[in-house]
Ligand binder design. Sequence first.
Ligand code: NAG
Length: 429
Amino acid sequence: MPPTPRSNSNSLGLGRPILFCILILFTFLYLIRTPSAAPTPQSSPKKQPLAAPVAQQEQDGIHRQRIIGLADIHGDLPAMTSILRRMKLVDMRGEWIGGNAVIVQTGDLVDRGPALIAITRFWDTLRPQAEKAGGGVVNLLGNHEIMNALGDWRYVTKEDIASFGGERQRRAALSTGFIGQTWRHNYSITARVPFTQSFTSLPSSLTPTLPKTPRGSSSQLFLGDPTPPPASEDPFSHAAASFVHGGITPEYLSSLASEHPISKINALGSSILYSLLDTPAPLSLPRGSTEEQREFWSERGPMWNREYALDEDEDSICERAEKACRMLGVRRLIMGHTPHFGGIVSRCDGKILLIDTGISRAYGGAHSALEILYTLTPVEDSSEESSAFGSSKTSTKWIENEVVSAMYTGDRETVVLATSEREVEIPAA
Ligand SMILES: *[C@@H]1O[C@H](CO)[C@@H](O)[C@H](O)[C@H]1NC(C)=O
């Protein structure tokens, strides 16, 4: 979200006390509900059964993957949970029902609203539930999280400070306390989420050419660069999407001069969060920050960039998006930060997806999320060669289908933003 210069004082007016009560109520309800919602490993000694979507996936031989993008929340817990319910990722109690889906939240959970504690706990509770079901939760940091870590509290509400018990306590929670810790451990700057690689096993005919499911927490899985495709062209090398709060331009990628730009960007973000442990509340980057860290935090960097949202030269921006996609090994660039209150915006045939719709009640925009539905359906094998020696499989064929949709709460209809379909032939191992 764009910081608008110090306009907080004239915002909520009379609504504030009422809003405050409602939020306290929500926070209270959330807090008393959380312990029972948290997974209790000792109460279920038996082996974790496969979640329904996974079982189904194995039965009909179709590989299905859902990837959801959710943008700037700005303190609005009720809006956030109602969208997650709409996307069938959580049930009425806020527990994961998304199976092997992966959700990426592109940052700016904080500021302009009061529920930071409850929102942070919510994601920490949901993450292990999603992983148990074979899915994942990926949290990215927005410019507002970093601003808060830097001590720039221009957009922090009084209610939010009160919910921590005061400024000192909030500062502690955001640095060495539970929020600072989970930010450093479970949040990052950018993620590359492959479509063909869920947490669960893939169809066995795919596994020879695709990397095996990596182990690790979902917050760590998608933070690195793709492994370079083998000498023979890997048909899946770009079957992935890039997520970031602001935007990653090809010029910024070039400036990194790194073979591993995704890891590099995440390492830079992490280095800034860690440097703040020694230099609390410097308001801007601490003295002694490197040129790279300053470029990262500039308007050209991934946290603040708005060029994909605001550059009106369609040809030039599409060309640059294409270039960034090639460099990142993805098909689509998905980002928040620059709101379009009416709904999710697709540019360059879905290469650029702007998913910040001003969800928070501080803005009153559309309650939206992006969905990528990806399927690989086996095709009856026509390349099977019958001969005197019997039949030998030389390859397997799949129809790869991808549907990108903007989804909204309430009665608003889903809008298909982009689709793609192709036949993929995978040489037998
Ligand atoms: C990171 O998230 C996990 C749940 O996925 C949580 O148990 C853990 O406490 C979080 N890490 C920190 C340092 O808060």
